[in-house]
Design a protein around this ligand. Structure first.
Ligand SMILES: [Zn+2]
Length: 138
């Protein structure tokens, strides 16, 4: 996707996030690819490129999120909005349990499922980082 994010905006978004993905919390230095600037509400849905609509996301979270702003709850069939890193507190919607990111709310559950936060590869990466004390929960 073409971007209107300047290098200085990207640097500010990364600094604000302490260089962690604002969805799965992995640090930029621990991924093979640089984190990306996510439009929380995508431009497709009218989201702006102002700082309050931007979040730092790892390439995996950003790819699964795409331009989505909501998901369908598999249990209820209802449309549930996704976690909003600027308006929501991570710890209100998720917690670390072992190497899993456990949802605490329906928003958390929709986000965990859509962004596939607990796939096998992500769990083994998280387990490794926890063993190195480079990820919360250990
Ligand atoms: Zn991530």
């Amino acid at each position: 996707m073409p971007t209107d994010i300047t290098n200085s905006v990207r640097a500010e978004v990364a600094r604000r996030a302490d260089h962690r993905c604002e969805y799965c919390l992995v640090r930029e230095e621990h991924t093979g690819f640089p984190h990306q600037v996510d439009h929380i509400v995508s431009r497709k849905h009218g989201g702006s490129s102002a700082a309050d609509n931007l979040a730092l996301a790892c390439i995996v979270c950003n790819r699964y999120k795409g331009s989505d702003v909501a998901s369908i709850d598999a249990r209820t069939g209802e449309v549930i909005r996704l976690f909003h890193p600027r308006r929501d507190q991570w710890a209100d919607h998720f917690r670390i349990s072992g190497e899993h990111i456990e949802p605490l709310t329906e928003v958390g559950r929709a986000t965990v499922e859509l962004l596939r936060l607990n796939t096998g590869e992500r769990l083994s990466e998280r387990r490794l980082l926890q063993s190195l004390s480079d990820y919360p929960g250990h």
